[in-house]
Design a protein around this ligand. Structure first.
Ligand code: SF4
Length: 244
């Protein structure tokens, strides 16, 4: 487990008691939360896919931190010379002292089963299981983000929301820089020449760390965090990503 949010050597987080948020699965299926409800036939496929997904996923993550040496509105320079150009990062994260780098995955068994289902023309179950996998890795990234916040509180530090290459105007080519700093090998994640990760149900991310770091720039992190009686909680958790 992660002893310090500032740990400079990669640490593997395994045996993750991950709870997939059912709303997240339906979101990947195009349902609007609180508005659309699946029909009984879809609900049956959903139950089957969720059971298969929970059996097949193997959630794990690798994490390390690197000190920040310079900050500008759209750029951060790190110890060792790496520079990340990320639009508006200075405004979004405020003053940070380090970045945390993570690569998380649910492994490749689920996507192998999705391929089998496509080949045997079980299309509805294949599509639903694929959504279960996408939801699972999103929930895993959120789990790790929450975990980092929990560790950082003990160190009197803030941790920002995560951001990933390819999103919010950040060049996907920076995956290479990210993987150089925190290779995915310890959890079996590789990067191809087009910057796609394998297994595909993987997420790489950065978080900002610091006493003055801004949190919640695009959603309130606490909403799925399982930490009971946290003095710093900003919203109640309606559902958590930690299996009870
Ligand atoms: S409840 Fe919120 S502030 Fe407390 S550890 Fe969880 S994410 Fe962090």
């Amino acid at each position: 487990m992660i002893a310090s949010v500032l740990c400079s050597t990669p640490v593997v987080v395994s045996d993750v008691p991950l709870q997939i948020d059912p709303d997240e699965v339906l979101r990947f299926q195009g349902y609007k939360k609180g508005k659309d409800r699946p029909t009984p036939e879809v609900a049956e496929i959903y139950d089957r896919a969720l059971a298969e997904g929970e059996r097949l996923m193997a959630p794990r993550a690798v994490y390390r931190a690197v000190p920040v040496t310079a900050l500008a509105p759209d750029l951060m320079a790190l110890a060792g010379g790496t520079e990340f150009r990320i639009p508006e990062i200075g405004r979004l994260w405020g003053t940070i002292e380090s970045v945390g780098i993570g690569v998380c995955t649910i492994g490749d068994a689920l996507e192998g089963r999705v391929r089998e289902l496509w080949e045997s023309r079980e299309f509805p179950l294949a599509a639903m299981l694929d959504s279960v996998g996408s939801a699972a890795v999103e929930c895993l990234a959120e789990y790790v983000n929450d975990l980092l916040c929990q560790v950082a509180i003990r160190e009197r530090l803030n941790v920002t929301n995560r951001i990933s290459p390819g999103y919010a105007g950040w060049d996907v080519g920076d995956q290479r820089l990210l993987f150089r700093l925190c290779p995915g090998d310890p959890v079996g994640v590789t990067l191809n020449s087009a910057c796609y990760m394998s297994p595909s149900k993987s997420i790489s991310f950065l978080v900002g760390i610091g006493r003055e770091a801004r949190v919640d720039h695009y959603f309130t992190q606490c909403r799925r965090c399982w930490m009971k009686d946290c003095l710093y909680r900003r919203v109640p958790a309606d559902r958590t990503v930690h299996r009870a």
